[in-house]
Ligand binder design. Structure first.
Ligand code: NAP
Length: 276
């Protein structure tokens, strides 16, 4: 078993994830795994970094596929006895003008952004080693979507006692409500991506609390963040930040020094803790 520190970035064959891997290759003292659902796209991305003189390793990971997540889990367990840095970056967004019915957009978006990310956390968080870092890439849109929720929902999502099961129930209810076309009546904002990212931010707050309760002595720091508005296939060419600039906050959180006791359980943008 290798004692080399190991970092894993989900959805990193392009966009912000790719830039996070690039930065980690330069700054993280250990093995860096670029992961992708499609091995061809993943290997191509690794080769691109190689041309830049950077050495990333590859492992397949489709966060929609529990088997794929578990294969990565078993690999990390066997080869490294765990992992040191996990960046949950993989995500999807329908384009604004996409005509796919809203209920379908809700189901598909929540499936990857919330349920997929949660499944990765369920399988990989127990493997995170003491002094490890976990970064969940959310979005400022989670904050604006929270503002668009009913007072009752806002209260639940801001609660310091909400459980993961309760959050899962709420995310499931959103999808069901869209199918019945009652989501607005039920207090939800009209954004599937926004609700999925509320899920990611709240999940991060819950997971950080759980780490405090169950693994206090392990000094693991877990946060959610927004990369900013970044020029990728998701956000388009008008966005203000380059992918490397978008990677800055996630990488800052992934490389917090081992004597740092925070941030933890926070939502950050531009390396600054934001009020939730
Ligand atoms: P992107 O260029 O579209 O890249 C998304 C990455 O996620 C791709 O590598 C994609 O793989 C991967 N992915 C999607 N579904 C996956 C799955 N089921 N399993 C594994 N990988 C999957 O988007 P981006 O702009 O870099 O976004 C990265 C993250 O930042 C997302 O979580 C996004 O919500 C968040 N974010 C972005 C912005 C922005 O302005 N760009 C702003 C706020 C937050 P494929 O190539 O196979 O599709």
């Amino acid at each position: 078993m290798s004692n080399v520190p190991v970092a894993v970035v989900t959805g990193s064959n392009k966009g912000i994830g790719f830039a996070i891997v690039r930065a980690l290759c330069k700054q993280f003292p250990g093995d860096v795994y670029l992961t992708a659902r499609d091995p061809g796209r993943g290997q191509k991305a690794v080769a691109k970094l190689q041309e830049e003189g950077l050495c990333a390793l590859f492992h397949q990971l489709d966060i929609d596929d529990l088997q794929s997540i578990r294969a990565l889990r078993d690999f990390l367990k066997e080869k490294y006895g765990g992992l040191n840095v996990l960046v949950n970056n993989a995500g999807i967004a329908f384009k604004v003008h996409d005509t796919t019915p809203f209920a379908v957009q809700a189901e598909v978006t929540l499936k990857t952004n919330f349920f997929g990310t949660r499944n990765v956390c369920t399988e990989l968080l127990p493997l995170v080693k003491p002094y490890g870092k976990v970064v969940n890439v959310s979005s400022m849109v989670s904050s604006s979507a929270l503002g668009g929720c009913s007072r009752e929902l806002q209260q639940k999502f801001r609660s310091d006692t909400i459980t993961e099961d309760e959050l899962v129930e709420l995310m499931t209810k959103f999808v069901e409500d869209t199918k019945k076309s009652v989501h607005e009546k039920e207090g939800w904002p009209n954004t599937a991506y926004g609700v999925s990212k509320i899920g990611v931010t709240v999940l991060s707050r819950i997971q950080a609390r759980m780490l405090n309760e169950k693994r206090k002595g392990d000094h693991i720091l877990l946060n959610a963040c927004c990369p900013g508005w970044v020029r990728t296939d998701m956000a388009g060419p008008q966005a203000t930040k380059s992918p490397d600039e978008g990677a800055e906050t996630p990488v800052y959180l992934a490389l917090l020094p081992s004597d740092a006791d925070g941030p933890h359980g926070q939502f950050l943008s531009n390396k600054t803790v934001r009020t939730w």
